[in-house]
Write a protein that binds this ligand. Structure first.
Ligand SMILES: Nc1ncnc2c1ncn2[C@@H]1O[C@H](COP(=O)(O)OP(=O)(O)O)[C@@H](O)[C@H]1O
Ligand SMILES: [Mg+2]
Length: 269
């Protein structure tokens, strides 16, 4: 579990994260959604310690990350897995070397032990016979899988994914979302995902936090989001006219006011 209390972060006189408090539970996909520039990446970077917040607290299972000493901080970092935007693999290293990197950094295991672990996580993300391949030889979806394998190689308690679907087609995105969701549940990880992909929201959004200009504007589940009355949130999720119309149709159909087949035809025209 990660608890964020009254987090603030700005650059110069510009406030980017404005007094955000939120609790993110283990075994759940916690999605941070919001328009581009709303502060999702800055928020995530504060949580993992890449930015230091101006004020507020971040608690990792009760431990205050904001004021702990370097040694304790390193211990928490060891339990954090990160999937960066665009996977951020080392181009000049093979898949095996990429995934071994965190093991080299944080363990004193032998090569054989490390190799065993690399193969376990590769198997978990359904990749075979790619150990000696270089990132350039892989498809976008495969690179993401390698990124996920690297992120989970140290058995993290916390997993951060910044826009895991960027650059992927909708079908591959769904596969990646499902994989992250399965891993989250299987290992009881507290997973935080930045996204603006509404498919992800509906598919894996156990807990959704909507950010607008650095403020937490709404939070709830994927079951609640469609029926939210929050105007800013609605503008965001029903950004396309098609979806707005579809939502109205659903409402009317549910209340028996329209014949759904005929009106769906009108809508698609
Ligand atoms: N290192 C930085 N220095 C100054 N401003 C920054 C820095 N990083 C991000 N920002 C600003 O913070 C705001 C939020 O950015 P970001 O968190 O990247 O948005 P999102 O991830 O939601 O698209 C933007 O206005 C951006 O310009
Ligand atoms: Mg971002």
């Amino acid at each position: 579990m990660i608890e964020v209390k009254n987090l603030k972060k700005g650059f110069g006189d510009k406030t980017v994260i404005n007094d955000v408090s939120v609790v993110m539970q283990a075994g759940k996909c916690n999605l941070i959604i919001g328009a581009s520039g709303s502060g999702k990446t800055v928020f995530m970077k504060c949580l993992v310690g890449l930015f230091s917040p101006d004020s507020g607290e971040i608690l990792y299972d009760g431990q205050n990350f904001t004021d702990m000493d370097d040694e304790a901080r390193k211990e928490v970092r060891k339990q954090i897995g990160m999937l960066f935007q665009g996977s951020a693999l080392f181009d000049s290293q093979t898949v095996e070397q990429n995934i071994m990197f965190p093991l080299n950094m944080f363990t004193k295991d032998s090569y054989q032990q490390k190799l065993k672990r690399v193969n376990e996580v590769l198997d978990r993300v359904n990749l075979k016979d790619v150990n000696k391949k270089f990132p350039a030889e892989l498809s976008g979806g495969m690179k993401k899988r390698v990124g996920i394998a690297r992120a989970i190689v140290l058995n993290p308690k916390y997993l951060f994914c910044d826009e895991p679907n960027s650059g992927l087609d909708p079908q591959t995105s769904l596969v990646i979302d499902k994989l992250i969701n399965e891993i989250t549940k299987e290992y009881n990880i507290t997973t935080i995902i930045n996204t603006h992909d509404m498919n992800s929201v509906m598919e894996i959004g156990d807990h959704i936090i909507y950010m607008h200009k650095g403020v937490k504007e709404w939070e709830g589940s994927n079951k609640e989001i469609i029926f939210s009355k929050n105007e800013l949130l609605n503008e965001f999720i029903f950004a396309s006219e098609f979806l707005k119309d579809a939502k109205d149709m659903r409402m009317l159909e549910q209340t028996g006011k329209i014949d759904n087949n005929r009106n769906m035809d009108d809508l698609i025209k």
